[in-house]
Ligand binder design. Structure first.
Ligand SMILES: Cc1cc2nc3c(=O)[nH]c(=O)nc-3n(C[C@H](O)[C@H](O)[C@H](O)COP(=O)(O)OP(=O)(O)OC[C@H]3O[C@@H](n4cnc5c(N)ncnc54)[C@H](O)[C@@H]3O)c2cc1C
Ligand code: FES
Length: 270
């Protein structure tokens, strides 16, 4: 069920120069949301920006009926959002999207995040440990950033007890290189990755690499994809991704409605 109404902003935290965490009291959304869902937010009161902006649900608190989003300021919409104060009411639409498929059984999940791709994967990590009661030491969290200072949520991961492998492009922390290179090393070194459910989110080139690796090594990997989303409801076809299952006829799917979670072996990313 999808709701559209004004919800109160109850917390606002600046985590770094450009990264913010906002919390909303939104019982309707919280009761209907699952990891991988997102909300569409009208950030301005005026006509500009006209279109809503999409943000993954980052943390759900079922007891307090609230949820958080985590976002980076990249343009006018996120800049306006970063200036909102607690007590303000914002027009939200959600929960939207299909959410991650969480396989049953005790196979060890592998989560691979790049940059702000951390947001939907943290909601999954919270869910796996708190709701699915998966032992945190069974979860591998691979997390890449450009530089050491770019990481967020490391304390949250530590509190959850999840072992986290970091990668930085300049080698200032953890593995030197892209997180996808670290992931490939794991695939080659350890047999468990091949049997594991893998979940990934990050910038478009990273999603393309994860898709290619999943096809090549036949991995069960779910990608959380992003795109500009004019309506968020499946009506405008402004957010399509090309898919091709088993080498058949190509098809186009809407990231907002059919996704944002897709099997990495199914999508064809440019
Ligand atoms: C399902 C979904 C979930 C998302 N979750 C998060 C999240 O949890 N945290 C977060 O920080 N961001 C998230 N995003 C991206 C977020 O929606 C955009 O950063 C935001 O809309 C930018 O708005 P803006 O007005 O500030 O910038 P704009 O002026 O719209 O864009 C600024 C720059 O960012 C690029 N850009 C904007 N939107 C996207 C996008 N969706 N994908 C790739 N590039 C984009 C533009 O091309 C431009 O270069 C998500 C997007 C989708 C579709
Ligand atoms: S944003 Fe309109 S169909 Fe996806």
């Amino acid at each position: 069920m999808v709701f559209q109404k004004k919800f109160e902003l109850i917390s606002s935290q600046k985590l770094s120069e450009k990264i913010f965490r906002l919390g909303f009291f939104a019982p309707e959304i919280v009761k209907n949301a699952c990891p991988g869902n997102f909300v569409h937010i009208r950030v301005g009161d005026k006509s500009s920006p006209l279109l809503r902006r999409a943000f993954s649900i980052f943390d759900l608190d079922l007891k307090k009926d609230c949820f958080d989003i985590l976002f980076k300021v990249v343009g006018p919409g996120t800049e306006i959002l970063s200036r909102k104060s607690t007590g303000e009411n914002l027009d939200l639409l959600g929960p939207l999207g299909n959410g991650f498929e969480i396989p049953k059984g005790d196979r060890s999940p592998v989560l691979v995040a790049g940059g702000m791709g951390i947001a939907p994967l943290m909601s999954l990590a919270f869910y796996l440990v708190k709701n699915q009661k998966i032992k945190p030491e069974k979860i591998s969290f691979l997390y890449g950033e450009r530089i050491k200072g770019g990481f967020v949520c490391l304390e949250d991961l530590k509190e959850l007890g999840i072992k986290t492998l970091l990668a930085t492009e300049d080698g200032s922390e953890g593995f030197e290189g892209m997180v996808t290179e670290l992931f490939l090393r794991k695939v080659k070194e350890t047999s468990f990755v091949k049997d594991s459910p893998i979940f990934s989110c990050g910038p478009h080139p990273m999603m393309k690499t994860m898709s290619e690796l999943s096809k090549k090594h036949n991995l069960f990997c779910q990608l959380s994809l992003e795109s500009h989303m004019p309506c968020g409801l499946g009506a405008c076809w402004g957010c399509v991704v090309k898919t091709n299952r088993d080498g058949g006829e190509p098809d186009y799917k809407r990231i907002c409605k059919d996704g944002p979670i897709f099997d990495a072996r199914e999508v064809e990313l440019d």
